[in-house]
Write a protein that binds this ligand. Structure first.
Ligand SMILES: CSC[C@@H](O)[C@@H](O)C(=O)COP(=O)(O)O
Length: 360
């Protein structure tokens, strides 16, 4: 498969960040060359590269690109970090490469930024593999063994297209399949941009996962018919209280899962947990263009000028989340104290210390 994201150096016509253009899938597997930061910011906004962990990589390589070109790194870092507001990994990736660039001697700074991006890329691949293992272990403990295997439902796209490795929730599904425990993956189409229909089915087919696509609003009747054993999704940001921002349509699935007594499992690396955002209500939700909902030109299927509500994400409160699977292990049930135990950073340390003091 064409690499989801890679660095091209001068020997192959770079410097450039080269993306597998996800807006062209599944019909076309095409590279998109981003030779400067404005081109990369455009690709991020158009979702040519998308999904939380890989947005972190795009941010880090973007800083390296600005440094390699001799462009203004601080301004470029700011533009990259703001390209999409909800996925906290984007900001992390930018910060990581910028910190390496700032810390290096001037002659070494561009190489240091690129080195940081490459390091993050390798860490991300390792995190995917660890999450797949922890997720499979969780499902094995949580779900009754079924001779035919589990029926798992997912939303949006969380596979190799979102990561330097195998992905988040979809990596767990793949591990279940490899272990002979997957009967079927139910794939929500994921209106309005169809990440499930376009991307998850494409990945599932390549991996040989038995899968069935459904319209988002068909999920309820599947639960009612007892056809869903667990829901597995990714996350774009998890606030300190354990609220989960993910692709719009995740919250209704959590409500359905609770009503039907089905586990609702979130799979995300620790870098998606944001200890600086206290509550779910504090997470900034990206609002996107009306035309994503109404269609355009010949494909328009709503009257021109109709008022449109198009949030890219919604927030699931912690009490509806059965568990969060990270590369460092599983947190569940979700709360601030348990989350802080797997997190990095000063705010997480504060929470851990406060917890220690409370216990003493
Ligand atoms: C690890 S992938 C988790 C999320 O990033 C994914 O579910 C999602 O919501 C992506 O949204 P997108 O708008 O396609 O970037």
């Amino acid at each position: 498969m064409t690499a989801v994201l890679r660095w091209a150096d001068e020997t192959e016509g770079g410097p450039a960040v080269v993306l597998l253009d996800q807006t062209r899938l599944p019909a076309h597997e095409e590279e998109r060359w981003c030779r400067d930061v404005p081109a990369l910011v455009g690709a991020i906004r158009e979702l040519a590269v998308r999904g939380a962990p890989v947005l972190g990589l795009a941010g880090a390589y973007g800083v390296a690109l600005a440094a390699a070109r001799g462009d203004g790194v601080e301004a470029a870092a700011g533009e990259l970090a703001e390209a999409r507001p909800t996925a906290v990994n984007l900001r992390h990736g930018v910060e990581r490469a910028r910190a390496a660039w700032r810390a290096a001697r001037p002659g070494d700074a561009a190489a240091a930024a690129l080195g940081a991006a490459r390091e993050l890329h390798a860490e991300d691949a390792r995190a995917s593999a660890a999450m797949a293992g922890h997720g499979l272990e969780l499902l094995t403990g949580l779900l009754p063994a079924r001779a035919a295997g589990w029926r798992l439902l997912t939303h949006c796209n969380t596979g190799a297209l979102v990561s330097g490795g195998g992905g988040t929730a979809l990596a767990v599904v793949r591990a279940a399949h490899t272990a002979g425990r997957l009967e079927r993956l139910w794939v929500d189409e994921t209106r309005p941009l169809l990440q499930g229909a376009r991307l998850t089915t494409w990945e599932a087919a390549r991996w040989g996962l038995p899968h069935t696509l459904l319209a988002d609003n068909a999920a309820g009747s599947l639960f009612a018919a007892g056809q869903v054993d667990a829901v597995l999704i990714g996350a774009d940001r998890v606030s300190a209280d354990g609220s989960v921002a993910n692709k719009v349509g995740s919250y209704p699935l959590a409500v359905l899962a609770r009503h039907h007594g089905v586990p609702f499992v979130v799979v995300a690396p620790v870098s998606t947990v944001d200890p600086d955002t206290a509550r779910g209500a504090d997470i900034i939700i990206e609002q996107r263009d009306a035309e994503e909902v109404t269609g355009t030109g010949d494909g328009r299927h709503a009257p021109a000028g109709v008022a449109v509500h198009n949030p890219a994400f919604d927030v699931t409160p912690p009490d509806l989340v059965s568990a969060l699977v990270t590369e460092r292990g599983t947190v569940g049930p979700m709360d601030a104290r348990r989350l802080a135990a797997v997190c990095d950073g000063p705010r997480a340390t504060e929470l851990r210390e406060a917890d220690g003091m409370m216990k003493a």
